[in-house]
Design a protein around this ligand. Structure first.
Ligand SMILES: [Zn+2]
Length: 286
């Protein structure tokens, strides 16, 4: 007997303003990037990948899940950055039986992220993020693995990408990888954690995604106007990392680096992230 037909939908929670003083070097406002939440669904069940960041974003996602009329079984979290899981518990509470799942490596990082929340997230987005207890169970402990109506979904740990202990979800029957922040799509990449070999580790993670051979990739941060073509996104993600490597050698200041990266990626969204990266990458230079 054949399994039911699968499909997917990407919900992009658009960029939101941050409560940070000052502007970007080119005068732009400080924002948080658009974040992608993916719904993978069959006939009667749905799996949600990467819950969004704020209560309002989670409400919109919950409405969409309810409107589909399917039973939410799992909420899978690809990595521990708060913008991809802080609303996981509050979403799971609304859908009885829904289980939050991540790799054990990501879960360990989630505990760290929860501790860092007050000093960072609640300052830039005061009052907007719901309670975020870590309720995830380890994907490795799910006896039968993540499955959806007879289709196997495989969780692939890829190590460091834009943070430590990241993973992607491969759905062979959809020719799809939900890639979290391993692959970006038209949005400035977060390079704050990419020093000390981090960009080389990130390139290895991209190669692991490429080796899965899927035709489509959902990036954790995407311009909603862009398609999900895997080859293009892999190429552009690599190019961004290579440009950073090159410009870190040639540009003397964070402002110069920022300007040169903008010149090479003028259409990318969320320059706030690039400015954060620029400051972090030049922090210990004198
Ligand atoms: Zn992210």
């Amino acid at each position: 007997m054949s399994a039911t037909h699968l499909d997917y939908e990407v919900l992009v929670s658009e960029a939101i303003p941050l409560a940070l003083p000052g502007r970007l070097p080119d005068g732009g406002a400080r924002t948080w990037a658009p974040v992608s939440t993916t719904l993978i669904f069959g006939h009667g069940e749905v799996i949600l990948v990467d819950p969004p960041l704020t209560a309002a974003q989670a409400e919109a996602v919950a409405d969409r899940v309810r409107a589909g009329g399917r039973r939410l079984t799992y909420i899978f979290v690809t990595h521990a950055h708060g913008d991809h899981w802080f609303t996981a518990a509050s979403l799971a509470d609304r859908f009885p039986g829904a289980q939050v799942v991540a790799t054990s490596g990501t879960i360990a990082q989630m505990h760290r992220a929860a501790q860092a929340r007050a000093g960072f997230w609640d300052k830039i987005l005061p009052g907007l993020i719901p309670a975020s207890p870590v309720t995830a169970v380890a994907a490795e402990d799910l006896g039968s693995g993540l499955a959806l109506e007879g289709h196997a979904l495989s969780v692939v740990g890829v190590g460091h990408s834009d943070t430590d202990d990241t993973s992607v979800l491969h759905i062979p029957d959809l020719d799809l990888v939900v890639a979290g922040d391993v692959v970006y799509n038209g949005v400035h990449q977060y390079l704050v954690e990419s020093r000390d070999g981090g960009r080389d580790a990130w390139r290895r993670a991209v190669a692991m995604v490429e080796a899965l051979g899927a035709r489509r990739i959902i990036a954790g941060h995407k311009n909603h106007q862009y398609d999900d073509d895997a080859d293009r996104q892999i190429r552009e993600t690599r190019r961004y990392l290579a440009d950073a490597d090159e410009l870190l050698e040639t540009e003397p200041t964070p402002e110069d680096f920022y300007g040169a990266m903008v010149q090479r990626h003028p259409g990318h969204l969320n320059r706030s992230s690039l400015w954060g990266s620029s400051q972090a990458l030049y922090a210990d230079r004198t």
